[in-house]
Design a protein around this ligand. Sequence first.
Ligand code: UDP
Length: 405
Amino acid sequence: MRIAMISQHASPLAAPGAEDAGGQNTHVAELASALTVAGHDVRVYTRRDSPALPEAVDAPDGYQVCHVPAGPARRVPKADLLPHTGEFGGRLADTWRRGGWTPDVAHAHFWTSGLATVHASRRTGVPTVLTYHSLGTVKRRHQGVPDTGPPGRAGYERALGRAVDRVVVQRSDEVAELVRMGVPRSRMALVPSGVNEAVFRPDGPVAPRDPARPRILTVGRMVERKGFLDVVRALPAVPDAECVVVGGPPAHLLPADTFARRLSALADSCGVADRVRLLGGVPREEVAAWYRSADVLVAAPWYEPFGLTPLEGMACGVPVIGTNVGGIADSVVDGLTGDLVPPRDPRALGTALRRLLGDNVRRFAYATAALDRVRSRYSWRRCAEQLVAVYGALTTAARPAPAVA
Ligand code: UDP
């Protein structure tokens, strides 16, 4: 099958950690690889955001990345991309109409890519699939500030849900959210994101640690909603444990980072500064060694659209304590593969940590069950298979019925 993936702001070739480069870049890269491995012909369309980028590049994993000239050839924050989506969609339509390579299906990632794709589809008849990744309304509700792009975002997202042929949702609470927005349930398919099991696995290098001191690990960008402050507030409940925080700017830039300073000041005032280690951002290929070094991974966001870190920890055989929000509530099965606690509740987190760190048998049972769960439900191969079934239904529906002899 010829599959176009549209990811206007998030190139699969960008290094995660840069501004606006995070989960979606990784998701698109892994998905494109898995679909290619499954034998499909995949092209990823992303905005040309540097004059140095060639029109098309072959990614090492065998798919092609096309750099679409739409808007200035420099980085534009994703919140400011709306004025360029029409041009982006027009270029897609022109390319596909030229006939050299017309996709059987176009899968858009994020709402601005969705707009461009619907625009192109109207002119070419290519069936469309959309993954929102995050929803403006949800983000606004949790962050309390409308920092999620143009004010019309929610309206566009609602309209897109009706304009595309299928919406791929990644977690169960997204279904309810979209139903509330008026997106027909019949148009949705639930396909969770995957985790790279070749990278995130129980065996492999382990970051150095003090064997005498239990290690709590937490991983993510240095933003308030990731809940690092709550993890620090929970530490007095587990007096012997150290807490390692992976994420944020590289270590040498941490002293200048406002949030990192806030976290250190809080650790001081809670009397746990000697047990909290801020590592700063760690390159992607080193993160697994840190997961493996931990006795427990804490994922304590206030909300989380999907949440890769709990899955990565589970794939490395580490028990997880997560907050009962968004995608984490799907990936962690409470009492079986980990513990779920309410968000913004350091007391509940402290109690869960004390119990789990004091119970080797429970940690082992959680880690084993977590590994099984990841292998059976969250492999990229499985994700690709499920998506191909979604695409296949659309292309069959779109094709004229064969003549009966
Ligand atoms: N990550 C990383 N280095 C770091 C911190 C995080 O490579 O120092 C990776 C982490 O392994 C995960 C991703 O960044 O793959 C974060 O994804 P998640 O869904 O947890 O959060 P997002 O950043 O998308 O909100």
